[in-house]
Design a protein around this ligand. Structure first.
Ligand SMILES: [Zn+2]
Length: 280
């Protein structure tokens, strides 16, 4: 719950700021908002069917890849957030998303599509970055405006910030990530992966694979990707290639055979094979 005096102090502070990057919510609000939305997701298995096949897939994702990324010293909110990864059983959807507060959801369609573990790590690190950079509550602040949020938060009979935020968040269809948020999440995916066993450019592998298989439809966003259609996937590939060059890491593509840090066989054995043999 917000303390009125603190809010008034904040209001005075924000009055002098540009609205970019302002976040009217606390880190704890992010965690609570995420928990509220996660409960809504759990209560709607029609829309978000949980994967109930081979449990080793979830364990593998969580312990081998997700938790490994979270060991990066770049991660700030390991304690404040409830980081975990969930699998949604929808083989047609090439998507993943993150809630504020650290819950990440990945669709079986994306897991089956990806080619190697570095590609998966790139996606998961990108989603972790949305949570770490607190994009959802920053967007909520920007979208609804400081004055509107304050009027709600200071209103009579206030519910918790998390409840209000959850309603706003879901009401705005999860507030699609902005172009800048996507680029920033790619940038941080690269940063996090540099501290892991994985090829740090993994986040671009998905786009390269889509490109090489002619699945990028530039005319419209017919394919739901884990990334909104706003930033051009081709631009995002070159952005990552630039980072690789700057870091003196050889630029290779998603199907490179020469690197051991993409972990293709491990991915095949532990993710793709169990998913293809156990479908609902
Ligand atoms: Zn994203």
């Amino acid at each position: 719950m917000w303390k009125r005096a603190a809010v008034v102090a904040l209001l005075a502070f924000f009055a002098g700021c540009a609205d970019d990057g302002i976040n009217l919510f606390t880190v704890q609000d992010d965690a609570e908002l995420g928990a509220e939305v996660a409960a809504e997701i759990e209560s709607d298995p029609q829309t978000y069917p949980p994967y109930e096949g081979d449990p080793s897939v979830a364990t593998y994702l969580e312990t081998r890849v997700f938790e490994h990324i979270l060991e990066s010293p770049e991660i700030e909110y390991n304690d404040a957030f409830s980081y975990r990864v969930e699998i949604i059983d929808d083989p047609e959807t090439l998507n993943a998303f993150a809630l504020p507060g650290g819950r990440v959801y990945v669709y079986t369609g994306l897991l089956k599509y990806l080619d190697n573990e570095a590609a998966l790590a790139g996606v998961l690190a990108h989603e972790i970055a949305h949570a770490e950079r607190r994009h959802a509550t920053r967007r909520l602040t920007k979208y609804y405006g400081v004055s509107f949020l304050l009027s709600v938060l200071l209103g009579e009979n206030p519910s918790t910030v998390a409840e209000i935020a959850a309603n706003l968040f879901v009401g705005a269809a999860f507030l699609a990530n902005s172009r800048d948020d996507e680029y920033e999440a790619d940038e941080y995916s690269f940063k996090y992966l540099r501290d892991t066993r994985y090829y740090p450019g993994g986040v671009k592998f998905f786009f390269e694979q889509m490109r090489d298989q002619n699945l990028i439809d530039t005319s419209r966003s017919s394919v739901e990707t884990f990334l909104s259609p706003h930033p051009d996937p081709i631009d995002r590939i070159s952005e990552i290639d630039e980072r690789l060059n700057e870091a003196n890491v050889p630029v290779v593509s998603w199907d490179a055979e020469t690197r051991t840090d993409v972990y293709r066989e491990e991915y095949e054995t532990n993710v793709k094979t169990p998913l293809s043999t156990r479908t609902r």
